[in-house]
Write a protein of this length. Structure first.
Lengths: 403, 309
């Protein structure tokens, strides 16, 4: 989950990394008050979970509190990349002498966190790494042993940085590395990390991503920042249809029948498991089909849960038929999913044989499942029909019915 | 032959009294030549048994009861307790840990992997279904109940490595239907950091005389495929590899994760398109559909046999 800049700044400040005097405002009035307190030139920055703020006009400079309020009013109304801002950050305008970059990410190959440091800050680190690789230093570090400052020092010094700059930058990178592990981040980045004319080093912008799996054990931090459990912070906000999918999945703790993502096609998908869903979604599209949704069934869901998911998909406006497909199951039971989707059709007043374009789930309890499907006259396939073949059959049927 | 496990492999199940672990234990005991499950561990449940397998409070008790080192452990405890369970296994001399649990934060996984390296042990998973050597042994839930696993898996020359547990079975079943059995199939897990990647299993398959080709299932996210491509090029692998890439649609949806936690695309090298290009450069065939895989594998095996004779 991604944090807003104002939250990321609070996280680095909490870790003891210096930041400029700033505040978060939800109204122009609040922005004016913060600007008055700063008592100098300020920057107004839109708080959105997307890049390209500068280009979109989401960053404005103001000399006076009045000007700050005016800019804040405009920026608060400005949509950036489909996102409305949550507020604005009002920041002191600092006289910058030099910009550095400090970041920590996971290296999935080495299976360790890696510090990244550059003396070319303020721009995208991937760009620097490509065009000026000699200006990017890296250092992996252990997750078992306590982080020691020399590890940060060694990375920074490898770029030729010495003197007081080295001694001031070292604790900042070290604190960033420690907070990365302590708060289960997947990305902790300060860019730019600025050296000011007065010799101070401050985090002028910060970007933090926390691992979703760690949210439960990071409750203290999330509460402190005011992040609610309902905030998914995905790349795009959840739609009502997707939220309804989460409700279905939360009915009970047995198995998975959810992870719904909305698309705008006419073929509803009741699919699983993780890898099977990815394969099937690709296959439907490869055959010219238009999925109405993505979803996942996995583990051992109840009939009620499978039924709830199928009902949700069947009720989605524009859905003509559904395809019920999974890779060969070993603990999900074929008969239970069959019962669930048939029940959903009947309860919504549909003929299952008409509404279910194809049922392709082979595996555990398949004999029992196939018997039920036969009874209702549903077109089903066993493992002799590939995932791709099943997807093709579903697409052909729906195109046939449309034409 | 096989990799990682064989009919003599002994293992324990940590979290054995959980509902799914009880089923998993039954499945492994029933499959092939019958797994040698020498104990189970659930704190506070010492003295019970699960399908005849004695339950202990600690791994140390299980080792003592067995009277010698135990080869492996299947860990099926809740995410908040997994790191501790894996550390316990590693510190008690266990060299192969299969982690079934999903939703473990990366920081914990990195610690387990680091300790495993120090103890000269190997981790498979997390978020995986384990390892199967057809008709011999299965360690983990892979393939499901013995009767179902027997339908999908058959012995033969193809090694299988997959980031998806279900797709390990789907691909093996497709191979089996075409008369191509498997030497060993490994579900390596769907997370961003896992104990054993494709490249890390390659030397084992390379050294296994029975394996003549490899089939891998891949997804967007991470650099594991690039790592494999590099390994294959650097080591002049004798094994032809056929890959299947799922989740191509995700390239249009940056920042979203589907299917498994590890599919989150965090850099440009992580996309399906980039990975397909990397694999192809290394001579790895990327099949468009799973149903094409058996004929490509058969052709590659025949080609290799032809070039040797």
């Amino acid at each position: 989950m991604r944090f807003y800049e104002y939250e990321s700044r609070a996280i680095v400040a909490k870790a003891g990394i210096p930041v400029t005097k700033h505040g978060f405002a939800k109204t122009a009035l609040e922005a004016r008050e913060i600007a008055e307190e700063i008592a100098g030139p300020v920057v107004i920055k839109s708080q959105v979970l997307t890049g390209g703020r500068m280009k979109a006009g989401g960053v404005q400079f103001a000399e006076t509190p009045d000007e700050a309020a005016r800019h804040a009013e405009n920026v608060l109304e400005l949509e950036i990349g489909g996102h409305m801002p949550r507020g604005v950050l009002v920041d002191s305008r600092a006289a910058v002498k030099h910009e550095y970059y400090a970041g920590v990410v996971w290296d999935g190959i080495r299976k360790q966190p890696v510090m990244l440091f550059s003396d070319m800050g303020g721009i995208d680190i991937e760009e620097v790494a490509e065009e000026h690789p000699d200006h990017v230093a890296r250092g992996h570090f252990s997750t078992l042993r306590p982080f020691s400052d020399w590890q940060a020092k060694q990375v920074i010094a490898s770029l030729g940085i010495t003197g007081s700059a080295l001694n001031r930058l070292t604790p900042i990178l070290a604190r960033l590395a420690r907070l990365f592990l302590e708060y289960d981040m997947t990305l902790a980045e300060i860019n730019p990390l600025s050296e000011l004319e007065d010799g101070a080093f401050v985090a002028l912008d910060a970007h933090m991503d926390m691992e979703n799996e760690a949210r439960s054990r990071q409750q203290a931090l999330l509460r402190e920042l005011g992040v609610g459990d309902e905030e998914t912070r995905q790349a795009r906000e959840a739609t009502p249809f997707e939220l309804a999918g989460e409700e279905v999945d939360a009915q009970d703790h047995r198995g998975v029948a959810g992870n719904v993502t909305e698309f705008d096609g006419n073929l509803g998908l009741v699919i699983g498991a993780g890898g099977g869903s990815l394969t099937l979604f690709d296959a439907v599209r490869a055959h010219g089909g238009h999925p109405a949704n993505y979803c996942e069934i996995g583990g051992t869901p109840s009939v009620r849960k499978a039924c709830g998911l199928a009902k949700l998909v069947l009720s989605k406006p524009g859905v003509e038929r559904i395809a019920v497909m999974m890779s060969i199951v070993s603990n999900t039971r074929v008969d239970i999913v069959a019962r669930g989707v048939i029940k959903a059709c009947i309860e919504l007043g549909f003929d299952p044989a008409e509404k279910i374009a194809i049922f392709r789930i082979p595996g555990a309890w398949e004999e029992e499942g196939f018997k039920i499907l036969e009874k209702y006259g549903i077109d089903y396939a066993d493992r002799s029909v590939s995932l791709d073949g099943a997807a093709k059959r579903a697409v052909e049927k729906i195109q046939g019915s449309a034409g | 032959m096989s990799i990682l496990v064989d009919e003599n492999t002994t293992f324990i199940v940590q979290g054995i009294t959980g509902r799914e672990a009880v089923n998993l234990t039954r499945e492994c005991l029933d499959y092939g030549k019958g797994a040698k499950i020498v104990g189970g561990v659930t704190p506070g449940r010492r003295g019970r048994d699960v399908h005849g397998v004695p339950v202990f409070d600690t791994v140390a008790q299980a080792v003592e009861h067995h009277g010698g080192p135990i080869d492996g452990s299947v860990v099926t405890v809740p995410p908040a307790f997994t790191k501790d369970a894996v550390f316990e296994a590693l510190e008690n001399g266990i060299k192969l840990v299969v982690i079934v649990t999903e939703r473990i934060p990366r920081g914990d996984v990195a610690q387990m992997v680091e300790l495993a390296r120090e103890r000269d042990a190997r981790i498979i998973g997390p978020n995986c279904l384990g390892i199967i050597v057809p008709d011999v042994i299965k360690m983990g839930g892979i393939g499901g109940p013995a009767r179902d696993a027997a339908k999908s898996y058959s012995p033969g020359p193809v090694g299988v490595i997959s980031r998806s547990g279900g797709m390990t079975t789907e691909m093996s079943s497709t191979l089996t239907a075409a008369g191509l059995g498997q030497s060993t199939a490994v579900s390596i897990g769907g997370d961003a950091i896992i104990g054993s990647s494709y490249a890390e299993l390659m030397p084992l398959f390379e050294a296994d005389p029975e394996t003549e080709a490899l089939v891998i299932y891949t997804e967007p996210g991470g650099r594991m495929e690039a790592e494999l491509a590099r390994w294959v090029s650097d080591n002049h692998s004798r094994l032809p590899i056929v890959a299947f890439m799922a989740g191509r649609f995700m390239d249009e949806m940056p920042g979203m994760s589907f299917g498994h936690a590890g599919t989150i695309v965090e850099g440009k090298e992580d996309t399906a398109t980039e990975k397909i290009a990397r694999l192809a450069e290394a001579g790895i065939v990327v099949a468009e559909e799973i149903s094409q895989i058996p004929s490509i594998v058969a052709e590659k095996i025949a080609e290799r046999a032809g070039s040797i004779t």
